[in-house]
Design a protein around this ligand. Structure first.
Ligand SMILES: [Zn+2]
Length: 92
């Protein structure tokens, strides 16, 4: 097979390519952490209080992820929590 025919057969979007920054971090976590982070996301989505009264926030979660060595910004977490990230776009 030629290089061209190989290239033509390669999928345009390999699996996982559309995962947002948050999911790229999430995907390398172990199962227990995935469960915990999944629950945290729900807590943030369900915490409707504003400003300083917020117990669970995207900056809180980003800080925790950064503290264990993941390079993730608050805005990456925010987009995923708000369902404005690239992984939501494929579902729609
Ligand atoms: Zn996402």
């Amino acid at each position: 097979m030629s290089a061209l025919s190989d290239a033509l057969k390669a999928p345009r979007h390999p699996a996982g390519a559309n995962a947002c920054k948050f999911m790229q971090v999430f995907n390398v976590l172990d199962e227990e952490d995935k469960t915990n982070i999944g629950e945290s996301i729900l807590l943030i989505r369900n915490d409707i209080s504003m400003g300083k009264s917020k117990q669970y926030s995207t900056s809180w979660l980003a800080k925790i992820l950064r503290s264990v060595g993941h390079d993730i910004s608050v805005s990456s977490v925010q987009r995923h929590v708000n369902k404005e990230c690239s992984c939501e776009r494929i579902i729609k």
